[in-house]
Design a protein around this ligand. Structure first.
Ligand SMILES: *Cc1c(COP(=O)(O)O)cnc(C)c1O
Length: 487
């Protein structure tokens, strides 16, 4: 065996030992994750005193690094894959995806063009075909249909929203320039206006800021769903004021309460006014692999782009945000810079994904999609979604049976929004108590000035008993809070 410090690099034998040890650590960590305190107790700045002030001049041993994981890192980790973690939305995690990321790290190609690693591009094309078929996307979105459409893996839903906005902007700019050859670009740009529900994710509003265009937030209905009529009213008003509507985002499964915009109303309005329709289904989109949830996609044929995050709810580790476009050329052509060093003979025969995204570089992310789809099979992925939805129903039932509480909105997927009947302040204190007890973790939201608590089912390790445990925690925290309040 080569001695550790005889070469600059770690040698293969050490790598194998290190990686095997890490594999054992990972399996132990995940299998026993429910025994860890879900929220850390450290204070800001906790880490600096635990490590040297300078990088080591001479290499450490990998065993020293391993030992420091429990000492330095774990005390400051929020355990997202604990069954006691109910904050935000889930982020995915599975053994097949973790192993695929190892291989991606080993190949370590930058797949910006086809020739930069043909497998990287081609597997991505095929995986987006597989996935698109799994959710029954209209064939106009799929590369395998032989039309213009196709899919791409973005890093996040936020990037997909921005990319779609930029494509929409390019499409409308071209059209308006043809109609008004005397208008300059900045005049047209200043007239552009996009739309989304006031319930849309903050990244939609941010896409407007990043894209340098106005984005209007439209009030949703009493069930927090954006309706076509409200959109059409806003569009007409803006047209009358001399503005140019160009983009609308419909959200399927809002972050606040998992509400579903009326895509079947919004889509036709968008089409009528030449407004690009983008669908953000970041969380709920994974559920569309189950036929019984596809009614929420009604109107999908009217969309120009569709996006969901397998990295949220489909067991593919971050980052894997699947996006399909009916006419990717608007995005591809909008930012097409083509320096000589990136040109190659096969241009046009396969997508050069660098034109489909904001950065130039991209990892081999399709591998983890491939591994997960093959090693779970559609059947088990569907079972995963259905189990989580069932757990949410179970928690909602427990909550409904306690007359001190009320459920906010409908429980449609793996999210339950609930609150104590009473003031916002009371519920803020309740949540503080829940998180303070440290056994489970939840975050709040607020709609129309009503503060509530969100319980998201997040872990693939969750079992029915965990819902009872989490509900018992909420109930105990409520007992404490109501007692100190003198109620
Ligand atoms: C989580 C979420 C996002 C943001 O997802 P990222 O991939 O982190 O950008 C966007 N929209 C909705 C509806 C979400 O739930």
């Amino acid at each position: 065996m080569a001695k550790w410090n005889e070469s600059i690099d770690m040698e293969a034998p050490q790598f194998k030992d290190f990686a095997k040890t890490m594999t054992d650590f990972i399996a132990e960590y995940l299998e026993n994750i429910r025994d860890r305190r879900v929220l850390p107790t450290v204070q800001p700045g906790y880490l600096r005193p635990l490590i040297p002030e300078e990088a080591p001049e001479k290499p450490d041993q990998w065993q020293d690094v391993m030992a420091d994981i429990e000492r330095v890192i774990m005390p400051g980790v929020t355990h997202w894959h604990s069954p006691k973690f109910h904050a935000y939305f889930p982020t995915a995690n599975s053994y097949p995806a973790i192993v695929a990321d190892m291989l991606s790290g080993a190949i370590a190609c930058i797949g910006f063009t086809w020739i930069a690693s043909p497998a990287c591009t081609e597997l991505e094309v095929e995986m987006l075909n597989w996935l698109g078929k799994m959710i029954d996307l209209p064939k106009e979105f799929l590369a395998c249909s032989g039309g213009k459409g196709g899919g791409v893996i973005q890093g996040t839903a936020s990037e997909a929203t921005l990319v779609a906005l930029l494509g929409a902007k390019a499409r409308t700019m071209e059209k308006v320039k043809a109609e008004h050859p005397d208008w300059d670009e900045s005049t047209i740009r200043s007239k552009l206006v996009g739309y989304c529900s006031a319930q849309a994710h903050s990244s939609v509003e941010r896409a407007g800021l990043l894209g340098g265009v106005q984005l209007r937030l439209i009030k949703a209905d009493s069930e927090n769903r954006l309706r076509g009529e409200a959109l059409e009213d806003a569009i007409k008003e803006d047209i009358a004021a001399g503005k140019i509507p160009f983009y609308v985002v419909a959200t399927l499964g809002t972050t606040n309460s998992c509400a579903f915009d009326y895509l079947d109303e919004i889509g036709p309005v968008g089409n009528k006014y030449n407004v690009w329709v983008h669908v953000d289904a970041a969380y709920a989109g994974s559920a569309f692999i189950c036929p019984e949830y596809r009614h929420y996609m009604k109107g999908i044929e009217t969309a120009d782009s569709f996006n969901f995050n397998p990295h949220k709810w489909m067991l593919v580790n971050f980052d894997c945000s699947a996006m399909w476009l009916k006419e990717p050329e608007w995005v591809v052509n909008a930012f097409n810079v083509d320096p000589l060093y990136l040109k190659h003979d096969q241009q046009g025969a396969a997508p050069d994904y660098r034109h489909w995204q904001i950065p130039l570089g991209r990892r081999f992310r399709a591998l983890k999609l491939w591994f997960v789809l093959r090693l779970y099979g559609v059947e088990n992925l569907q079972a995963h979604i259905r189990r989580h939805c069932g757990f949410a129903k179970q928690f909602a039932d427990l909550c409904s049976n306690d007359e001190r509480f009320e459920i906010i909105g409908k429980v449609q997927m793996g999210l339950v929004c609930f609150r104590l009947k009473g003031s916002n302040e009371l519920n803020e204190k309740l949540l503080k108590r829940i998180n303070g007890r440290g056994k489970i973790h939840m975050v709040p939201s607020k709609i129309n000035d009503v503060y509530f608590i969100r319980m998201a089912v997040c872990s693939r390790f969750t079992v029915s008993e965990d819902m009872v445990y989490s509900w018992t925690e909420v109930s105990a925290a409520a007992d404490e809070e109501l007692l100190t309040n003198g109620n």
